[in-house]
Write a protein that binds this ligand. Structure first.
Ligand code: F6P
Length: 544
């Protein structure tokens, strides 16, 4: 059963009410003043844990804000919720499931019970099978149907069965096999498959069909196309056994598709799609970086799990980041959070975080089914630095929206080239500084700016940011970062009293699309509103 805390709706909690009046007192405080009054603010509002330095001093908070946010976490029962999740309680109440992505990285000897069974041995059995398979493919021992070694790996999946794998591949490319090609096909748009395979030889290509349910329209369509593409050259359906493996929880559908379940890597219903990149869904990652590096990534996840589970809230990275997100969403009315990695390898990290954060916390009813009367999940977005600076940062600096930013940087580059890295890092530090402190009219005038131009050149400042600084982008570091955001999302969901682990909001569109597909294939006529009917009719006419 889900842990039934807290006893009162969020807006009735003592800490919430206190935060409402506190907000009135601090909303106009400026970071300039806060820093001027406390020369040690940068140190005092920062935290180092598990190799991550979080500077959260450039947030519009005081000691009192923090105290009240931490009290809110206590009153919301965050501690009990954390324990319930790690213990394997069925906290995903609308699907009656445990939420145990943390079990995916538990050490071999751990004991985590789901329905009276320790799930850790199964986790390690799958990891061992993945490792054995990866070694065979990477060494060339696993041959394609015509005897050639596998040089290309194509992961077919969507949502959590794509975004995690592609993000991790890009993030850890430095550690990957450069003599193998890795591609990712997700969109049902045929262009995705066509372009991903245009230069590949089916004799050397392995497809990983990744789908928790093995029923997802996009993935099944792409999988069928992949099968046809392979067999067109390889001829014999027996070739499927050498060129297709599956990652799924659904063995029956996997065999129906024609993949031998001996070539299937399983996971479990207690792993949500968007929390699955460290399960068998990470097979493409393991093939790219090798089992040892994959295990290092898991160790990074595990370190952050332990930190989240055991650190006092005031020294707890995911808790602090989660509470700050709530502070801006609900008190300042900030609608978005920008995630700005200053590392090119993390170019898909914002896209990955979009599913993690928005599919988790994009909810408008509480666990008890009541409509919320406060804002929930913020919109996450971002691009790697410095590219974003030359595109949308203008709006963050001088626009009318308040956009809290997470800057991510690494002290050591994986590609030392001249002074590139110092230039990159100078920019990340400068952006946080510029956003926080801006430039006053007096400063602008003192530069000799004519009066009429002054307002245009003023930076108000007081725009909040976190800066996360790590030593180096390693598999461990990636594991820690992902787990940090996973647990921050959980913290937010607990405060908002919502279920961060279901995704009913994706269902309706899927059902309606199925009906329309039948119509487009000439199987009956559907009933729609006048707009949708006209669009369908025009499409039919235009395509001839
Ligand atoms: O449509 C949303 C969703 O259910 C995601 O939650 C999930 O990650 C994705 O589809 C893919 O699902 P599957 O792995 O079952 O194909």
């Amino acid at each position: 059963m889900a842990t039934q805390v807290p006893s009162a709706p969020l807006t009735q909690l003592t800490a919430w009410k206190a935060l409402e009046s506190h907000y009135q007192q601090v909303k106009d405080l400026s970071l300039r003043t806060l820093f001027a009054e406390d020369p040690k603010r940068g140190e005092r509002f920062s935290l180092e844990a598990v190799g991550i330095y979080l500077d959260y001093s450039k947030n519009r908070i005081t000691e009192e804000t923090l105290r009240l946010l931490l009290q809110l976490a206590e009153e919301s029962g965050l501690r009990q919720h954390i324990d319930a999740m790690f213990r394997g309680d069925k906290i995903n109440v609308t699907e009656n499931r445990a939420v145990l992505h943390t079990a995916l990285r538990a050490p071999r000897g751990a004991d985590i019970q789901v329905d009276g069974r320790n799930v850790v041995p199964e986790v390690h059995e799958v990891l061992d099978r993945m490792a054995a398979f990866s070694d065979r493919v990477r060494s060339g021992e696993w041959k394609g149907f015509t005897g050639k070694r596998i040089r290309n790996v194509v992961n077919i999946g969507i949502g959590g069965s794509d975004l995690g794998p592609v993000m991790a591949y890009e993030a850890l490319r430095h550690y990957s096999r450069r003599d193998m090609v890795f591609r990712f096909v997700s969109n049902v748009d045929g262009t995705d498959f066509a372009e991903a395979t245009i230069d590949l030889d089916p004799e050397e290509t392995l497809f990983i069909i990744s789908s928790k349910t093995f029923t997802t329209l996009e993935t099944m369509t792409n999988a069928q196309t992949a099968r046809e593409w392979s067999l067109k050259k390889l001829g014999d359906p027996k070739a499927v056994a050498k060129h297709f493996v599956a990652v799924s929880t659904n063995a029956a559908e996997v065999s129906k598709f024609g993949i031998d379940t001996a070539n299937m890597f399983g996971f479990w219903d207690w792993v949500g799609g968007r929390y699955s990149m460290d399960s068998a869904i990470g097979l493409s990652t393991m093939l790219a970086i090798g089992p040892d590096n994959f295990r290092k990534m898991l160790a990074g996840f595990r370190e952050m799990d332990e930190h989240f589970r055991t650190a006092p809230f005031e020294k707890n990275l995911p808790v602090l980041m989660g509470l700050l997100t709530v502070w801006y969403a609900d008190f300042f009315g900030a609608e978005t959070v920008a995630v700005l990695p200053y590392d090119q390898y993390l170019k898909r990290f914002p896209a990955y975080l979009q599913q993690l954060t928005m599919e988790s916390n994009g909810k408008s009813v509480t666990l008890g089914g009541a409509r919320v009367d406060y804002q929930t999940g913020a919109i996450f977005w971002g691009e790697p630095g410095t590219n974003g600076q030359h595109s949308f940062y203008q709006l963050i600096h001088q626009g009318t929206h308040l956009i809290p930013c997470d800057f991510l940087g690494f002290a050591k580059t994986l590609n030392p080239l001249g002074n590139h890295h110092d230039l990159l890092m100078a920019n990340v530090f400068a952006q946080g500084e510029a956003l926080a402190f801006g430039k006053t009219p007096e400063q602008v005038k003192a530069e000799g700016t004519p009066d009429w131009l002054v307002p245009h050149r003023v930076f108000e400042g007081n725009r909040p940011s976190n800066t996360l600084l790590l030593e180096k982008l390693t598999p461990e570091a990636l594991g820690k970062l992902v787990a940090l955001y996973e647990h921050s999302v959980f913290t937010q969901g607990v405060i908002w009293q919502i279920n961060s682990f279901d995704q009913w909001g994706v269902e309706l569109g899927k059902v309606l699309a199925k009906n329309i597909i039948s119509e487009l294939e000439g199987k009956g006529e559907g009933k729609h509103d006048s707009s949708t009917s006209a669009l369908i009719a025009r499409y039919q006419k235009l395509k001839g």
